[in-house]
Every structure is written in C-alpha cells, then in structure tokens.
Design a protein around this ligand. Structure first.
Ligand SMILES: C[S@@+](CC[C@H](N)C(=O)[O-])C[C@H]1O[C@@H](n2cnc3c(N)ncnc32)[C@H](O)[C@@H]1O
Length: 390
C-alpha cells in the first residue's frame, strides 16, 4: 500500500485552522447551510415525483377524465329527460340550417333564389320530399312540427308528411267554409302571400284563374312542386308593391296568415295596391290576428329590418350564439340568431283595420270572428276575417 504524504495536509488546509470554540463546543462540527437544505428539498421532491407521483399520474388522469365524461353524460341525460319530445327534436343542427337557409336579410320566409335551381337538378321523384324539407326550415310553414302533437317515435320524414296533410286539410276547410261563398267560375283571383300554395290550389278548382304571389322565392318554388294546377300561376314578387298586376285586373283577393307578419307601413302600401288592382265592386278578404291588447313584437326585436343592427355586430352575435350553443347545449333564447329565425308578429285592432282600409278607398269594411261564420279545425277558427269592397 502506498501512502500519499501530502494528502492529510491538503485535507487539513481545506478544513481550516482550529478555533478556540472548536475545543470547547459540544456541537458536532458539521456545517448546514440554506442552499444545501434547498437542494435536499428539491431532491426529495424530485424523488417523490419520480417514484410516487409519476407512476400513478396516468391513473389520476384517467380517473378524472372518466368522472368528467360521466358527469357531462349524466347532466345531458337529465336535461334530455326534462325536455319535451318537441324540444329534443329541435336540434342545434336544424336551427343552424334554418339560420343559414330560411333566414335572409329581411325575414325568415325561405327567400333563396337557388332553391328554384335546386329543383331543376333534382330527380322528379325526390322534388316533393325536398320541398317539404326546405319548407320545414322556415318557422312559418309546418308550424306544428316541433310541438308535442307528434309522438317521439315519429320519424322526421313522417312528421313532415303529416304536417303536409294537415296543411292541405286545413286550407281545404278554409276554402270550403270561408272562401267558397265569394268564388265564381269566371273570376280572376289573387292569393296574396300564398306560401306553399295549399289554399291557392283549393281555390283554383272554383274559379277561372288564380295568381298566387309571395315575397319568398323558395316558398314559390316549393309551391310549384307541391300544389300545381293548370289555372294557377305562382309569382315571386319581391317588390314592395303589386306592380306585377294591372289596374282593375282582379275580381277577388284574399290573404291568410300574412298581415300579422308585415310592418304597418308595408300593410298600408298593400291596401292601396289592393284598391288599385281590384275591379270596381270587387271584394277582398284578409285573415287577421287582432291585437286585443297584445303588444306588437317589434321588427327590431325579431332581428328583421333592424336599422341599428350593423352587419359586423350581427355576425359577431351569430358566432357568439353558435359558441354558446356548442358549450352550453342551449340555444341562446335572446340571441341574435334566435331572433333572426323567429316569427315577427304585428297586430292591428279592429278599429285600425277599418280606418286603414277606408283610407285606402274601400267601403263595407267588416271585422268578423271566424267562429261566427263556421267552426274551423284550425287556429284560424279563433281569429278574425276582415272583408271589404271596392
Ligand atoms: C304564414 S305564411 C302563410 C301562407 C299561406 N297564405 C297560408 O295560409 O298557408 C305567410 C306568407 O306570407 C308571405 N309574405 C310575407 N310578406 C309578404 C309580402 N310582402 N308580399 C307577399 N308575400 C309575403 C311569406 O313569404 C309567407 O309565405
């Protein structure tokens, strides 16, 4: 064994000279500093992480995720149980489709030019089911599709078929019980706001010619598929007047479920136009939901014709609504998107109807409860008719 004679000296040098306290201290001579404590703590933490925490981390992650997913699923199931069958059917995807397809700048009546083209490229056999699907996107047609009228088991296509039959039956009844008394075989008749054309087709069986006009190009395209007739002409009229028709060119005109969706200013223009196009002695019949003290749902509240709604704000509103829906599972009921796809209601009192029609030049204006004429198996049975003569 070889000893290095220098080594003990070097070690002593590094320890340093003995101090007086060294001789008398009862304390051990090991010096503990703050940095070394911190280092020990760090090492202990590192070891705990490496040998205790890290092995069980995947398990903790898995446990948390499973619990979170289970909690979300339970909440959704509870919500679904609470919701009625109708609410459950009214899915986010459907509302988004309504927003993108049925709603345009001024209303949600399905006014899309491309719908006409779509029918041209669709095989004949698929055109009627397609028309039903498209109409179902607007809140104005097939109005009971989201109510509890149809059972939960009822498939979507079946609901639309039944809604189609309900509309056809309801308009047939309106024609027989309310309009037929005014119709003569030699008459030219205007259906103002004809929608999918159920009523226009019924009326066309009793008269020489029907002109069915509507502001919505989509509704007109669907009407042509669903309710055609040889003496029935559908016209998409997006103008604010009836310049598509000549003076004194019509014997009789009617409008069902239309004027409650127009602004008062628009209605006044159309009343004047009715006076122009009706032949002397010609008659008009408008269905109305009377105000009876109900407040109007103003246009701005429905997102239509809103002069203050700047486009970017609307866009952000729509995006915000979509995100709210995605993250909360609920469509924001007061949001821009919801207002845009909803129905605008504007109500007149009986006195307003009378005054406005008289100002337009009509006489014999009468506001009559439908129930006093006939019992109708439809909401319209509880509402009113306004009749007037030129
Ligand atoms: C609830 S639907 C009623 C359809 C049909 N009259 C019926 O009773 O089945 C209202 C219709 O009025 C139409 N309409 C709204 N504003 C109009 C306007 N300014 N000119 C023509 N039609 C209009 C809409 O496009 C829609 O088709």
């Amino acid at each position: 064994m070889v000893f290095d004679s220098e080594a003990p000296v070097a070690v002593l040098d590094r320890i340093g000279p003995a101090t007086p306290s060294d001789n008398f201290s009862s304390e051990p001579r090991v010096q503990t500093s703050a940095p070394s404590l911190r280092k020990a703590a760090r090492t202990a933490a590192r070891c705990t992480y490496k040998y205790v925490l890290r092995p069980i981390l995947p398990w903790i992650f898995d446990w948390t995720l499973t619990r979170a997913v289970r909690a979300v699923r339970t909440a959704r199931a509870a919500r679904a149980q609470r919701a009625s069958a109708a609410t459950r059917r009214s899915t986010f995807r459907w509302r988004l489709a309504r927003l993108l397809i049925a709603s345009s700048k001024h209303h949600a009546f399905l006014d899309r030019a491309w719908i006409t083209w779509l029918f041209r490229f669709t095989p004949r056999g698929l055109r009627r089911p397609l028309a039903r699907r498209l109409l179902s996107l607007s809140p104005h047609y097939y109005v009971y599709q989201w109510t509890d009228r149809y059972s939960e088991e009822c498939r979507r296509g079946e609901i639309l078929r039944l809604e189609h039959e309900r509309n056809a039956a309801s308009r047939r009844e309106i024609c027989e019980k309310l309009l037929s008394r005014f119709l003569r075989p030699n008459m030219t008749v205007l259906d103002f706001g004809c929608g999918p054309g159920f009523l226009a087709r019924e009326v066309s069986a009793h008269v020489a010619q029907v002109i069915a006009a509507d502001v919505s190009r989509g509704a007109i395209a669907c009407a042509q598929q669903l309710n055609p007739a040889d003496n029935l002409t559908y016209v998409a009229n997006r103008q604010a007047d009836l310049s598509i028709l000549g003076d004194s060119s019509v014997d009789f005109l009617y409008a069902f479920a239309v004027f409650q969706h127009l602004l008062k200013g628009q209605s006044v223009i159309y009343f004047r136009e009715f006076a122009r196009i009706l032949k002397p002695g010609g008659t008009g019949v408008c269905h109305t939901v009377l105000s009876d003290g109900r407040p109007d749902v103003p246009a701005a509240a429905c997102g239509w014709d809103d002069p203050q709604g700047a486009a970017p704000r609307k866009l952000f509103g729509a995006i915000a609504d979509i995100f709210i829906q995605l993250f909360t599972g609920r469509w924001n009921p007061q949001g821009w998107a919801d207002r845009r796809v909803d129905v605008r209601m504007v109500y007149f009192s009986a006195a307003e109807w009378t005054a406005l029609l008289q100002q337009a030049g009509f006489k014999d204006v009468q506001v009559i409860p439908v129930s006093s004429i006939s019992d109708l198996n439809d909401d319209i049975g509880n509402e009113h008719l306004v009749t007037f003569r030129k």
